[in-house]
Design a protein around this ligand. Structure first.
Ligand SMILES: CC(=O)SCCNC(=O)CCNC(=O)[C@H](O)C(C)(C)COP(=O)(O)OP(=O)(O)OC[C@H]1O[C@@H](n2cnc3c(N)ncnc32)[C@H](O)[C@@H]1OP(=O)(O)O
Ligand SMILES: CC(C)C(=O)C(=O)O
Length: 514
């Protein structure tokens, strides 16, 4: 049974999702969770693109030992040198170099002839091979490239030292039959192809990324690239969790194994959704809220008689626990530590003690402490370790009704430690609150997105707000959860601003290349 390697690019292509801007600590937490998930290769970023990306890739390369860490680079010596600086401490240094091979990209974007593209690729692969043991070369826009040109360039880059050849469907244009045919053609016509791993990388513009990836596997791909929850540039990338579960459930048909620890899927999906602010649609395969819910009578009857009548995947297989421990006033340290681990956090003993103390204080105010409350406590604790002062909501009051102008009064603790308070009006209660917060933080804050959800059912369900803000050209997502909608709204707004502050301070602290 041939094994398919999983290459995760959530931290690179996934972060190319509009509005997603992860800070270094969030990236490291995600990287640790990807390692627990059993990912074979993780692309931690594009080191030459920014100081923040460089530092995140370097930290991840130093932290992660059981998954191979890679970084993206253009075909330039400068990009490759920067990638080496970021990745040289990795357990198994690996680079991912790309250059476009389609006529449309070569002519209009690169302004290079096909011969230039071959020469540059060969030179840069051999240059990278002097430093890195593993060199992946990607033919960007392969699915719109000439097949015989692909055959020619692939043979040469393999001779130059490439160890993985990736054939991306960069713009999500191909179809399963056509993409499969390209893999088969390359397998049959490139004489040295068996020396390397052959990889597929699909985008979801026409909703076929997962089907295309599977077609590539059926036609000789040995590595699949994608992201968790399918996040990524434009309509996103292929969802790795869907491919992994499809290979497992239809093992009778595909007969391929993977190294993935499937019951880590849900935890990984939740962590990434919370950090990126990109909510998972309820009907998303494998990880959506409704993926295991049976609504109609005939289905419910079938499931009660025999679950396999309508359930092809069990929730337990992907890590959804039915007997979740409820944390509250009477919970002890063991249940708390178990929950911290379930949420995907790893803390030293003294941090766990601190988190437990904050949790106990919260149980005096709240009967049941939800995963979202804990997530907030734990991420706050994590960013505290950076010693970056933040905005804290001290108190707020909003007055509104059908016949008066909504007015909010808010008191904040500023990062400098001052208590500031003011009041403003707005057309609605949320606008009044946000106008007040904006005047207190003394920044122009553009609200580009606002989404309100309820977590759980019933009138006392927790409100969860996701916002996207733009401050001085930086776009940042924020989330807040609370029992009250307005408090959740204030928390989300301040969370986004605090994440802008964390990114700014991290960039100031790490003047890597200057
Ligand atoms: C398909 C993909 O997902 S590829 C990865 C895409 N990801 C990103 O672009 C995110 C990070 N990018 C960035 O931060 C910036 O674009 C940078 C730092 C990489 C480059 O910024 P700039 O130097 O300002 O260049 P800019 O982005 O405007 O243009 C890209 C340049 O790279 C060239 N280029 C594009 N691909 C490659 C490549 N694979 N190898 C070499 N050069 C390339 C383009 O032709 C263009 O060159 P030109 O300036 O001579 O016309
Ligand atoms: C860099 C390459 C692999 C890419 O992201 C794409 O082509 O979509």
């Amino acid at each position: 049974m041939a094994q398919i390697k999983f290459f995760d690019t959530t931290l690179r292509d996934g972060e190319q999702s509009p509005g997603v801007n992860l800070n270094q600590l969030e990236k490291i937490e995600i990287a640790k969770q990807l390692e627990r998930l059993g990912i074979d290769v993780m692309e931690a970023g594009f080191p030459a693109s920014s100081k923040g990306d460089f530092e995140a890739v370097r930290q991840i390369a130093r932290t992660i030992k059981n998954t191979s860490v890679t970084g993206l680079a253009r075909t330039t010596k400068e990009d490759i040198d920067i990638a080496w600086d970021a990745l040289k401490d990795a357990a198994e240094p690996r680079i991912h170099i790309f250059l476009a091979t389609s006529p449309i990209h070569m002519t209009h974007k690169l302004k290079k002839t096909p011969d230039d593209v071959i020469q540059t690729s060969v030179e840069m692969v051999s240059y990278a091979k002097q430093k890195f043991t593993h060199v992946e070369w990607s033919a960007e826009d392969a699915s719109r490239s000439d097949l015989d040109f692909l055959v020619k360039i692939i043979e040469k880059v393999i001779d130059a030292g490439a160890t993985v050849i990736n054939l991306p469907d960069t713009v999500g244009y191909t179809t399963p039959e056509e993409y499969g045919r390209m893999f088969r053609y390359v397998r049959e016509h490139v004489p040295n192809i068996d020396k390397v791993a052959l990889s597929a990388h699909c985008h979801d513009d026409l909703g076929m990324a997962v089907a295309n990836s599977i077609a590539a596997i059926e036609n000789g791909a040995t590595q699949i690239e994608g992201t968790i929850n399918g996040i990524g540039e434009r309509a996103g990338n292929a969802s790795l969790e869907e491919i992994a579960v499809a290979l497992k459930i239809r093992n009778d048909y595909y007969q391929h194994s993977t190294n993935l620890v499937l019951n880590e899927i849900k935890r990984t999906s939740d962590l990434i959704s919370k950090f990126t602010g990109m909510m998972v649609p309820g009907n998303k395969a494998v990880v959506g809220r409704n993926a295991f819910a049976h609504e109609s009578g005939i289905h419910q009857d079938g499931v009660l008689k025999e679950a396999s009548t309508y359930e092809i995947i069990t929730p337990e297989m992907v890590g959804i626990k039915s007997n979740n421990l409820v944390l509250g006033k009477h919970s002890g340290r063991h249940a708390f530590v178990d929950k911290v681990e379930q949420l995907g956090f790893e803390f030293p003993e003294e941090k766990v003690k601190e988190a437990f103390k904050t949790f106990k204080e919260l149980t005096d105010r709240k009967k049941e402490v939800t995963d979202d409350d804990l997530f907030t406590i734990l991420t706050d604790l994590q960013s505290d370790s950076l010693n970056i002062a933040k905005y804290n909501l001290e108190s707020f009051q909003v007055q509104y009704g059908s016949h008066n102008l909504p007015t909010a009064t808010v008191a904040l603790k500023t990062p400098e430690g001052y208590r500031v308070e003011t009041a403003r009006t707005g057309q609605g209660s949320v606008e009044a609150l946000y106008n007040t917060l904006e005047s207190l933080v003394q920044e122009e804050v553009d609200l580009t997105d606002y989404q309100l959800n309820s977590i759980g059912k019933g009138r006392d369900a927790l409100a969860e707000v996701h916002v996207m803000v733009k401050v001085n050209d930086t776009e940042m997502g924020g989330r807040g959860a609370a029992q009250d909608v307005l408090e959740a709204s204030a928390n989300a707004f301040l969370n986004a601003l605090n994440r802008v502050l964390i990114n700014q301070r991290q960039a100031e602290q790490k003047k890597i290349h200057s």
